[in-house]
Structures are given as structure tokens and as C-alpha cells.
Design a protein around this ligand. Sequence first.
Ligand SMILES: C[S@@+](CC[C@H](N)C(=O)[O-])C[C@H]1O[C@@H](n2cnc3c(N)ncnc32)[C@H](O)[C@@H]1O
Length: 192
Amino acid sequence: MELSDFTDEDFDAFYPIKMRKLSATHWTPVAIARKAIEFLADRPGVKVLDLGSGTGKFCLVAASHSQAKVTGVEQRENLVRLSRKMAENYKIENVDFVHGDIKTIDFKEYEAFYFFNSFEENINLTDKLDAENTFDVLLYQEYCQFLHDQFDLVPKGTKIVTYCGQDIEIPETYTLVKSQNKGKLKFWQKRG
Ligand SMILES: C[S@@+](CC[C@H](N)C(=O)[O-])C[C@H]1O[C@@H](n2cnc3c(N)ncnc32)[C@H](O)[C@@H]1O
């Protein structure tokens, strides 16, 4: 059985208890990850980046459900270590994890993007990921603007999936191709 066939309960059971408890708030449900990667991975080997990969749940499900090359970038080192351990345990080879800030990424190296409202943690302290997590509206705005600018620079035809959030990171040059899960899951493509 592939990881992408697991229920959320079974998938989350692999995580330490603290991470398991945060799952409903912070990690993508398996069914959402499957739908997202089915849209993003429109050919084998397509390079998909998860912007803020957390415990790796989106990346691991997406990689096991497709032939995409899935990368996650994550600022918290403990979460990167956990993600890598999961990939190793479950022998998922088309996935890798980068420890760092989204701002250090060269967007030109990727062809499609997944974004689960990663900057919300700067303005919403519900279910904090760690004690260092503080309220900072200016930082939130700065990151949203950064992502908007990067999405504006990538080539026409680029696909993005967003889960939750206000879509303020998505430039006008993108078409909303479809929307599911009561509008929480959105599929975008840059106009050609
Ligand atoms: C809502 S979680 C989503 C996790 C994962 N994408 C998933 O769907 O399962 C957002 C993650 O983004 C990370 N994050 C937030 N801001 C970031 C930044 N500037 N650079 C890298 N990671 C960031 C957080 O640490 C958190 O783990």
C-alpha cells in the first residue's frame, strides 16, 4: 500500500505525538495532497516545490502518488529532519527536503508550486508550532509580497495549488482554473 492510500489517522500515526496533534491545523490532508499533485504533475519528472513543507506530509503523499520530483523547503530544522526520516523509512526516492527560508530559493529551478498558507503563523498564533513563533504583521506582509513577486516572474503556464488563505500571494496574471473543498483548495495557472 502506498503512503498516498493511507487515511490521515494512519499517516499521522507515524509522527511523534506533538506533531500528530498539530496535523489538523498545519499539515495537508492526504486527499488534498493527492488532488493537488494530480493537477501539478502533468508529466513525469516535473519539479514541484512545496513552500513551507512542515513535517513533509504534502511532499511525501505527492511523491508517492506521482512521478514528479517533489522538493520541500522548510525553515524549522527539526521538521526537515523528521521529513527526511519519513522519506527514508518509506523508501520514497522522488522527494527531497531543503532546510532554509523560502527567500533563499531560486524559483527558476521549479516548474510548479504548492502553498498551504505558510505565512499565516505570523498573524495567527493558534496551535503554535514552537515557542519562537511570534506575532508580526509586517513580516507577514513582507513574505506575502515576496511570494507574489516570485510568482509574477515564473514562466507562463506555471501551475500553483493553494490550500486555505486569502490568495493575496497570487498575481493578477494567473487564472483560477478550478476550486474545490468549499473554495479552500484552488488550482491556478499563469496565463499564456
Ligand atoms: C501550514 S504548514 C504546511 C506544511 C506542509 N506544506 C503541508 O502541507 O503538510 C506551513 C509550514 O511553513 C513553514 N514556513 C513558514 N514560513 C516559512 C519561511 N519563510 N520559510 C520556510 N518555511 C516557512 C512553517 O515552519 C510550517 O512548517
